[in-house]
Design a binder for this molecule. Structure first.
Ligand SMILES: Cc1cc2nc3c(=O)[nH]c(=O)nc-3n(C[C@H](O)[C@H](O)[C@H](O)COP(=O)(O)OP(=O)(O)OC[C@H]3O[C@@H](n4cnc5c(N)ncnc54)[C@H](O)[C@@H]3O)c2cc1C
Length: 276
């Protein structure tokens, strides 16, 4: 079996401090959370690494709470944790909507938000939500912690600013004003990776709308020109034309670029219509 665990080494830290020390002293190590993505690559034989850092028992990365007015979600929180959290339901319902559409119940019980970010797929369902919410990724290493604006986290396809000795320890989300909206378009409702996924905030008190879009480029994107056009009162057809200039979808096994372009434009219209 390609995914054989023979000749692989698993490091089992009991605390975050110990995990950071292991990354420094034993690295490079591949962080392992729910393993729902990693196991697929292991099984396909595409993951050549042999040394892993198992984060699963780090309880300190499992909490959800509101601190200093910001919603804070630990990296090891699963989709089920997010769906059940009163704080997330109240403050970030579009994240609950996204979590409900990830995989099936088994994946929701095991897959984590930190893993979705760490996996860095442009199709990750929580990522447009974090983009539209102006979230911060919190990263830690032995040197300390830093907050990275989510929109600056990815630098290219499956690449991010996270250093090899850093872990994602959570996300922080400032209070979101205005109606939230989430829509995933896939082959079917469950167990399907998105063809296009959009999260959006309508904005209130004169704030511009904020739109995060996935599966239309090498990374999840925000649409600043489309947002500005909508804020300035442009007709939706004009905003759709601008959106099409801001995205660069490709043909792949899940969809065609043309389908993605049409769906992305339709989702924009559906979001804008729904805000009233
Ligand atoms: C059947 C199936 C269906 C799926 N459906 C969906 C879906 O609908 N939508 C969707 O978005 N995804 C889906 N996925 C993908 C996957 O479940 C999610 O991306 C999940 O959130 C990954 O979390 P994990 O904890 O399992 O990550 P892991 O597999 O443990 O890790 C994923 C990556 O992130 C890194 N990583 C994990 N945690 C950290 C951390 N704290 N710090 C730094 N790096 C870290 C790992 O090194 C690895 O590179 C599906 C997967 C499967 C197998």
């Amino acid at each position: 079996m390609l995914g054989s665990v023979a000749n692989r080494r698993l490091f089992e830290p009991r605390t975050l401090t110990e995990a950071c020390r292991m990354l420094d002293q034993e690295g490079p190590l591949v962080p392992m959370a729910g393993c729902t993505d990693l196991y697929v690559s292991l099984n396909f034989g595409t993951l050549k690494t042999t040394r892993f850092l198992n984060l699963w028992s780090l309880k300190e990365l499992r909490s959800i709470g509101v601190r200093n007015g910001q919603l804070s979600i630990g990296a090891l929180c699963t989709y089920t944790d997010i769906i059940r959290s009163r704080a997330v339901q109240a403050r970030l319902p579009m994240l609950v909507a996204a979590a409900r559409e990830v995989g099936g119940v088994q994946i929701q019980n095991r897959g984590t938000i930190g893993g979705n970010i760490g996996n860095a797929s442009p199709a990750g369902d929580t990522l447009p939500v974090l983009a539209a919410a102006d979230a911060f990724v919190v990263a830690a290493s032995s040197a300390g912690t830093r907050r990275i604006p989510f929109v600056e986290f990815y630098t290219g396809y499956r690449q991010s600013v996270l250093a090899q000795n850093e872990l994602i320890i959570g996300v922080e989300i400032p209070a979101v004003q205005g109606r939230q909206w989430f829509r995933k378009v896939g082959t079917r409702a469950a167990q399907a990776i998105s063809k296009v996924v959009m999260a959006a905030v309508a904005g209130s008190h004169g704030d511009s709308p904020r739109i995060g879009l996935g599966s239309v480029g090498p990374t999840v994107v925000r649409l600043p020109s489309t947002e500005a056009a909508l804020a300035g009162g442009a007709p939706i057809a004009d905003a759709q034309r601008i959106l099409l200039e801001e995205i660069a979808p490709i043909d792949d096994v899940r969809s065609t670029a043309e389908y993605r372009r049409r769906v992305a434009a339709n989702l924009l219209a559906a979001f804008w219509k729904s805000r009233r």
